[in-house]
Design a protein around this ligand. Sequence first.
Ligand SMILES: Nc1ncnc2c1ncn2[C@@H]1O[C@H](COP(=O)(O)OP(=O)(O)O)[C@@H](O)[C@H]1O
Ligand SMILES: [Mg+2]
Length: 228
Amino acid sequence: MREPGTLLASGRDADIFEYGETMVLRRSRRGRSMKDEARTMEYARAHGYPVPAVSEVSDDGTDLVMERVDGPVMVAAIGRRPWTVRRQGVILAELHNRLHEIPAPDWAPEAPCGSGDRLIHLDLHPLNVILTSKGPTVIDWTGAARGAGEVDVALTWVLLASGGIPAGRVKAAVLGAGRSLLVNAFLSAFDLESVKPQLPAVVDWKVTDPNMTAGECRAMRSLVRRLG
Ligand SMILES: Nc1ncnc2c1ncn2[C@@H]1O[C@H](COP(=O)(O)OP(=O)(O)O)[C@@H](O)[C@H]1O
Ligand SMILES: [Mg+2]
């Protein structure tokens, strides 16, 4: 493997570098192996799901080279064109439904809450969707698991509604009036009676995530109380 180029983005656990003209390299800062993540991405892609193509993984697993997908993340697109917010909610819902048509492979880890046999992403929010000229592409498959599609939907719901989109960089764009439009457009694609029962367990799990702030955890808990 060659040395990567310019740093493009620095996330919670990994740095993303340019890698030639058409690739990026995702490098774990904690030395975590991304082999499972790469395998999941290849599996989802083989099932026709829009995922960057994996090119190679280093022997120790800490470097993942993948196709570079060009375009804004969904949150940035909403910030720039707030009038598209409902449309983005619909796109996000379609990405959930398409993913949950895919059966989980045998080797996928069990989801931390709920049970089911679908491939679920467990972080499918608007910072992990890149809008390319060829359509939306989903990145950041670190938490992908075998589980119930409703768990993915419930998690995205609480993250959107509580403002708890990790990193919070562009949170302001989604907060305010636009946030409820986004949430409502997203939720309109699902049967909420089967999603709501998943909320308490999803929130109990998500509040243990060190990336969530105390305020976000309070907002998630209050959403569960309001709906419960
Ligand atoms: N395949 C890719 N092509 C282009 N940019 C990418 C790609 N993967 C990640 N990025 C950029 O890196 C950022 C962080 O990537 P992500 O995988 O979501 O890591 P994390 O959320 O852990 O920081 C993204 O918001 C995006 O800007
Ligand atoms: Mg991410």
